[in-house]
Design a protein around this ligand. Structure first.
Ligand code: ADP
Ligand code: MG
Ligand code: ZN
Length: 613
């Protein structure tokens, strides 16, 4: 590796040397050069046997002027003292054997650079104080004006934008929030599939608020030496505190934030970085005006400690765009593209179900390139179609496209979950239903986020949860008289809930107030010995299985009954959902309100359990 670094440096030193020689150099008169030196306009002067080269001070140079100038050498004993007096760096004043000096100096500088870097690397290796030095340059600071993105650049993710408006307000006038005693969530986690615009959205928040934007990407930490990642995190937060109000953005949080101890070969560096991040999150006063944001497309592998209240506790879903969203994104990206009269973006939006913002940007770009290649002066339908074909070819392997029949089944399945959730009181608010291929309906997604057990759940609430989970499959049975593989994930979750109800919380019947779950410490101790043998007898094991089955069957029947009662609504909603690919919770509630349906009593009699914690 050292050899590689050495070679890389040697090559770059050579290239740098070349560039310096090729940079524009203006010939000026010797007297002009002396005048500029006297006026304090020069930074550095190199005297060679034939010429005098000077570099102007950056701040004194208009950008249209070259910084390097050259003058004919004149044997002037006054020159060097005068330059020194004017504070100019003078090189090569003791010339004569100039060939040797210039050779030496051109060798010495790269060698010095190599030495310094090697020293750095070794320091970082030992994770000594040098690690902190290497961490210094970690955070990228986007200048507030240069690459400013705004909300106008992000389309098709209106709900996410809405949730972030409050953050922008806060960054604009932190004093106002402080005065009103309002607190903002400390950390905001953008969750969604790759290419949906999470990074762009974070930058746009900074752009809209007009504040500085510090960003690091989790993937940059993966290959670092031990200690450097933690130092970078510390440094990032220190910088941010100085620049408040500002945004600190950690992209690809999962690369640092994987659950600790999850993998066999514990990754010491990542754990140190993660621990440092947790320390910074905790020691952070949100009133200083720094907003923390992070993005991930794999929320389920994050260390639960990161998602605890007071850390990244606000989750904003950045989902795949529906048809209207795709059209808006296409419009954003074709703002600067000349479109022919026959280019129908609406048709393109219909053809690209399942694609994300990055794919759509890619299509517009490909189409523009095709038009250029064909010498056209506008992008037409032909180019757009071909661009879609190309992008799809690239996607096919990772992104299956649903057939219309599958889409319809998914619509009924999702509406099954949604209608049962609406019919049962106390369910988490229904935000959105989506049948965008591979899209994640808000309902399913919220449940997937690893949330800490923050509330007491009653038996009734767990039963309601089960009914909602089993309702997708129930809807398929009701409409098609047949089930599909689409419910696998639901079934798994339902089984887990039922198992906990019976084994851990003694909510089954006929088993008594006993827990059949071993406590954590015991499980850890004999993890090698296999799952709890000899804890209870075979008859108890059979009773547990039977009880789990009874609970799930009862809730499945309850979901089926609720849906049978709402069959007309289910079919009406499916038409609407198939047309637009997404329905918001409000749209669905509006559909429900048309004919009133009487609430249905639970099928299984439930013991009276206190509802509040
Ligand atoms: P993510 O971080 O979610 O993977 P990015 O923000 O990196 O996605 O998106 C990559 C590019 O795709 C963006 O720079 C932008 O050009 C385009 N893009 C993605 N989503 C959108 C969107 N919602 N609106 C407009 N452009 C988008
Ligand atoms: Mg990104
Ligand atoms: Zn489901």
């Amino acid at each position: 590796m050292f050899l590689a670094i050495f070679l890389g440096l040697a090559v770059s030193a050579l290239l740098l040397g070349r560039c310096a020689k090729d940079a524009p150099v203006r010939e000026i008169a010797y007297s002009a050069l002396r005048a500029e030196a006297a006026a304090g306009g020069l930074e550095r002067v190199t005297i060679t046997p034939t010429e005098i080269r000077a570099t102007r001070r950056a701040e004194r140079t208009r950008w249209s002027q070259p910084r390097d100038v050259r003058a004919e050498r004149v044997d002037d004993p006054q020159l060097v003292p005068e330059l020194r007096a004017a504070g100019v760096e003078v090189w090569g004043a003791h010339e004569r054997d100039s060939a040797v000096t210039s050779l030496l100096s051109s060798l010495i500088i790269p060698l010095l650079m190599v030495a310094v870097v090697l020293w750095f690397v070794r320091g970082a290796r030992r994770a000594g104080p040098m690690a902190a030095q290497a961490g210094r340059s970690g955070a990228r600071l986007y200048a507030e004006t240069a690459t400013r993105a705004t909300f106008a650049d992000v389309a098709g993710v209106d709900e996410a934008k809405q949730e972030l408006v409050e953050v922008i307000e806060y960054l604009r006038t932190p004093e106002k929030f402080a005065r009103l005693g309002g607190t903002l969530p400390k950390g905001i986690l953008l969750v969604g599939p790759p290419g949906t615009g999470k990074t762009l959205l974070a930058r746009a928040v900074a752009g809209e608020a007009g504040v500085a934007f510090f960003s690091i990407s989790g993937s940059e930490f993966v290959e670092l030496f031990v200690g450097v990642g933690a130092a970078r995190v510390r440094d990032l937060f220190a910088h941010a505190r100085e620049r408040a109000p500002c945004i600190v953005f950690i992209d690809e949080l999962d690369a640092i934030g994987k659950a600790r101890g999850a993998s066999l070969n514990a990754h010491e560096e990542r754990e140190q970085t993660l621990n440092q991040l947790l320390v910074e999150l905790d020691g952070f006063d949100p009133r200083v005006g720094v907003v923390l944001m992070a993005a991930t497309n794999r929320p389920e592998i994050l260390d639960p400690a990161l998602l605890r209240p007071g850390r990244f506790d606000r989750h904003v879903l950045v989902d795949r765009p529906d048809k209207a969203g795709r059209l808006a994104i296409l419009q954003v990206h074709s703002r600067k593209t000349a479109l022919a009269a026959d280019a129908d973006l609406d048709a393109i939006a219909s053809m690209t179900a399942g694609m994300v913002g990055a794919d759509l940007a890619n299509i517009v770009n490909e189409a523009a390139l095709l038009a250029v290649r064909r010498d056209k002066d506008a992008v037409g339908t032909a180019e757009l179609q071909e661009a879609i074909a190309r992008v799809i070819a690239g996607l096919e392997k990772r992104n299956r496209v649903l057939s219309p029949a599958e889409k319809e089944r998914v619509a009924y399945h999702e509406l099954g979950h949604a209608l049962v959730a609406l019919a049962l009181p106390g369910q988490a608010e229904l935000r959105k239903i989506s049948i965008v291929p591979r899209g994640i309906a808000a309902l399913g997604y919220t449940l997937q986020l690893p949330t800490e057990d923050r509330f007491l759940l009653t038996r009734r609430e767990l039963e309601d949860k089960l009914a909602v989970l089993l309702a997708g499959r129930a809807a398929e049975e009701l409409i098609y008289g047949d089930v599909s593989t689409g419910a696998q994930d639901d079934l798994q979750k339902a089984t887990n809930i039922a198992r906990s109800m019976v084994r851990a919380y003694a909510m089954g019947e006929g088993l008594g107030p006993l827990s059949f779950e071993r406590d954590r410490a015991a499980t850890m101790l004999d993890a090698v010995g296999g799952p709890g043998r000899g804890e209870y007898g075979d008859d108890v094991a059979r009773a547990i299985d039977a009880e789990m089955k009874r609970i799930c069957l009862a809730q499945h029947a309850r979901a089926l009954a609720l849906l049978t009662d709402r069959r007309a609504l289910l079919e009406r909603a499916a038409v609407a959902l198939l047309a637009s690919e997404t329905l918001t919770g409000d749209e669905l509630r509006a559909l429900c309100d048309a004919p009133p349906v009487a609430p249905v009593a639970p099928v299984a009699p439930v013991a009276p359990v206190a509802r509040s914690a």
